[in-house]
Design a binder for this molecule. Structure first.
Ligand code: GDP
Ligand code: MG
Length: 163
């Protein structure tokens, strides 16, 4: 079986955009565990010669915001626990948000290796946000733009030891 990479992070940081870039058109809808993985997608990814299974965790963007953190935490932790490595995305244009910091706390106690990704970094205006990411205590952030396909080589270098 292929190694598994989970994409996690709060809503709107670009998880699905990165998933789509990695998978292209070959994606599958998965609906095996209601309430936890209902909205998650899996697909086979190709990245500069690396092949792996990638899991896009959903954000429950349309649901009651009050219920978001608890449900997102369950889904995030389940996906990370079964993955060989997790990509934790933040929005570099906004820097570290309180929810990013909370998710980072969950992830620092996980046994799964975490690759921190500062997404939406295509503009110089994102540089302070990339630097801000260091305070999450998850190592050097990979600065990239999932939408514009920038930083893909750096993502490859960070993933390669784990897949
Ligand atoms: P998700 O909720 O984490 O899955 O985020 P989405 O992939 O749905 O993206 C949320 C928004 O961010 C969309 O409007 C995307 O077009 C935008 N987005 C995603 N990646 C980038 C990026 O690299 N740069 C910019 N500027 N916008 C992005
Ligand atoms: Mg999404």
């Amino acid at each position: 079986p292929l190694p598994t990479v989970a994409i996690v992070g709060r809503p709107n940081v670009g998880k699905s955009t990165l998933f789509n870039r990695l998978v292209g058109k070959k994606l599958a809808l998965v609906d095996d565990r209601p309430g936890v993985t209902r909205d998650r997608r899996e697909g086979d990814a190709h990245l500069l010669g690396l092949e792996f299974r990638v899991i896009d965790t959903a954000g429950y963007e349309d649901e009651d915001p009050q219920s978001l953190p608890g449900r997102m935490r369950k889904q995030t932790e389940a996906a990370v626990a079964e993955a060989d490595v997790a990509l934790f995305l933040i929005d570099a244009r906004e820097g570290v948000s309180p929810l990013d910091a909370e998710i980072a706390r969950w992830l620092r106690s996980s046994k799964t290796p975490i690759v921190l990704v500062a997404n939406k970094a295509e503009s110089r205006a994102s540089q302070p946000g990339v630097l801000d990411a260091y305070r999450l205590g998850l190592g050097d952030p990979v600065a990239m733009s999932a939408e514009h396909g920038e930083g893909v080589a750096d993502l490859f270098e960070s993933l390669r030891p784990h897949v």
